[in-house]
Write a protein that binds this ligand. Structure first.
Ligand code: PRP
Length: 178
């Protein structure tokens, strides 16, 4: 699997630095509160699990699996494949995902959580691809910026594979043309 990678974009060491930095920021910003972390499947893994080890707060966690569509308006509905098991009403929510690209998915999720009565909703993403943005949304916590190229690993997939790479990398061209 690792032979399919052309170059490493975000190394294991860099990911560890990001986890430490974001964990400390969230710990400081949410001092005295008990936020609920909501991971968006499947890309939020392993980022969410590793990030939480760096958060020194009482907190809860839950997961959603959602899909957005290329033609969907930025404020449109999102299809929920798997919903939360807990109520978000009155809660301080931190949505965790691997990448913010067009922003359609996270924008729709934020609208949904607010409509369900969340007290506050902030976004934490490992990667931000600002060139891809279509929906009017930015993340509160960003690990690293990536250019507009297709990256895999550490949760990000190509045809559902490569999520288990311990770093973020760019695939060799021949992998796409197989
Ligand atoms: C990916 C990623 C984000 C979303 C980002 O999920 O995990 O949720 O796309 O793209 P956007 O900013 O253009 O909406 P995907 O739907 O591929 O599912 P996955 O998490 O199962 O890989």
């Amino acid at each position: 699997m690792k032979n399919d990678i052309k170059k490493i974009s975000v190394s294991k060491e860099k990911i560890e630095e990001i986890l430490t930095k974001l964990g400390a920021q969230i710990t400081k910003d949410y001092e005295g509160r008990e936020p609920m972390f909501i991971g968006l499947l499947k890309g939020c893994n392993p980022f969410m699990v590793d990030l939480l080890k760096h958060v020194d707060l009482y907190c809860t966690l839950d997961y959603m699996d959602v899909s957005s569509y290329a033609g969907m308006k930025s404020t449109g509905n999102v299809r929920i494949n798997h919903d939360l098991s807990t109520n978000v009403e009155g809660k301080d929510i931190i949505v965790v995902d691997d990448i913010l690209d067009t922003g359609r998915t996270l924008n729709a999720v934020v609208q949904l959580l607010k409509a369900r009565g969340a007290k506050s909703v902030s976004l934490c993403v490992l990667l931000d691809k600002p060139e891809g943005r279509v929906a009017p949304i930015e993340a509160n916590y960003v690990g690293d910026l990536v250019p507009n190229e297709f990256v895999v690993g550490y949760g990000l997939d190509y045809n559902e594979k490569y999520r288990n790479l311990p770093y973020i990398g760019v695939l060799k061209e021949e992998v796409y043309s197989k």
